[in-house]
Design a binder for this molecule. Structure first.
Ligand code: NAD
Ligand code: MG
Ligand code: MG
Length: 331
């Protein structure tokens, strides 16, 4: 295997317990990192802007909250967990002025370092600890005694022990319980963007929507189309996740399995693969990053238009109605 997986016994918890940690931001990842580190016995402060809605939530959860500049000044490890597009400005204004030689700057995604939107001084460590799952699952699994696997990366090793620091951080957020994978900032950034664009979010939502629209266009009831193309997705994915494609195939009927081999390559065909290669090329040459940053500077105009379009789509209205009828979904 090309990658080595590390576990708790490979990490030295004392390294992270000895550090003063600042978690900047208290969103999806921020709340999970801050709370998991605190519960692992680490010295954490959350850095938030004045008037932030998250101050109360973080304090109620028992966390120490200070403003972002104070957090950066007090800490010797600063984990930046604000949205990627806000990180360059927040870094310049609140973090960079307070960096000391030997400090560690940490990220949960490589976007700003890899594409050069943030350039830290040479005398600080630059590491990444990227949980491979949404923040709310990172927190939930930790409280349940497990953890979401982490990718860890070192871009700059100023102190000579940046890897050990990254491994120890991954221990603190609970990732070492299920496995730590070493990677580079380039690999994490490009693979993460490709996965979310071509497969997980972009590919999946379009696939579900196209299936739903095909059935509805042909006159089938939207509720049934929702069940077939959307609702059942989770059960199929759960089987694949837990026991492999072969087990999912074993669990479905022979009719379904035959249809899978017959129809799958017609839907995801050479044209789809060519589109995936183009998507990857635009990630690798930085043109996706430029386009995204330009839209952010334009007030997220394109992003918001797309968000509104999917929110208004019939599949969302149908889903809302159906999920409301099935109380067990919310249990
Ligand atoms: P988020 O949008 O959930 O949270 C952002 C937080 O940043 C807010 O809750 C707030 O506390 C703070 N914030 C927002 N606007 C601010 C402003 N103008 N000034 C100061 N603070 C502000 O962000 P997220 O999804 O947790 O992403 C954080 C990082 O983690 C990103 O680098 C992202 O790529 C990475 N990441 C996220 C996930 C995920 O599950 N969402 C998974 C892996 C990696
Ligand atoms: Mg991502
Ligand atoms: Mg069926």
């Amino acid at each position: 295997m090309a990658v080595t997986i590390y576990y708790e016994e490979d990490c030295n918890p004392e390294i992270i317990k000895d550090k003063k940690i600042a978690v900047i931001g208290y969103g999806s990842q921020g709340h999970a990192h801050a709370l998991n580190l605190k519960d692992s016995g680490c010295d954490v402060r959350v850095g938030l802007r004045e008037g932030s809605k998250s101050i109360e939530a973080a304090e109620e959860a028992g966390l120490k909250v200070v403003d972002m500049a104070t957090a950066a000044e007090e800490a010797d490890l600063i984990m930046i967990l604000v949205p990627d597009e806000l990180q360059p400005e927040i870094y310049e204004t609140y973090i960079a002025p307070h960096l000391k030689a030997g400090d560690t700057l940490a990220f949960a995604h490589g976007f700003n370092i890899h594409y050069g939107y943030i350039t830290p001084p040479e005398d600080v460590n630059v590491i990444m600890c990227a949980p491979k799952g949404p923040g709310h699952i990172v927190r939930r699994q930790y409280t349940e005694g497990s953890g979401v696997p982490d990718l860890i990366c070192v871009q700059q090793d100023a102190t000579g022990d940046a890897w050990d620091i990254a491994m120890s951080y991954a221990w603190g957020v609970g990732g070492a319980r299920s496995g730590i994978i070493k990677a580079t900032f380039k690999e994490e950034t490009e693979e993460d963007l490709f996965g979310e664009q071509a497969v997980l979010c972009g590919g999946l939502v379009e696939l579900v929507k196209a299936g739903f629209e095909t059935l509805v266009e042909a006159g089938y009831p939207p509720e049934l189309a929702y069940f077939e193309c959307y609702h059942e997705m989770k059960m199929i994915v759960d089987l694949m996740y837990e026991s492999g494609i072969h087990f999912m195939n074993y669990s479905i009927s022979n009719t379904a399995e035959y249809g899978e081999y017959y129809a799958g390559p017609k839907v995801i065909n050479e044209q789809s693969r060519e589109a995936m290669r183009e998507i990857l090329a635009r990630i690798q040459d930085g043109s996706f990053a430029e386009e995204f940053v330009a839209d952010c500077k334009n007030g997220h105009k394109w992003l918001v238009e797309q968000r509104e379009a999917i929110n208004d789509h019939e599949i969302e209205k149908t889903g809302e109605k159906i999920r409301g009828m099935f109380s067990w979904i919310h249990e």
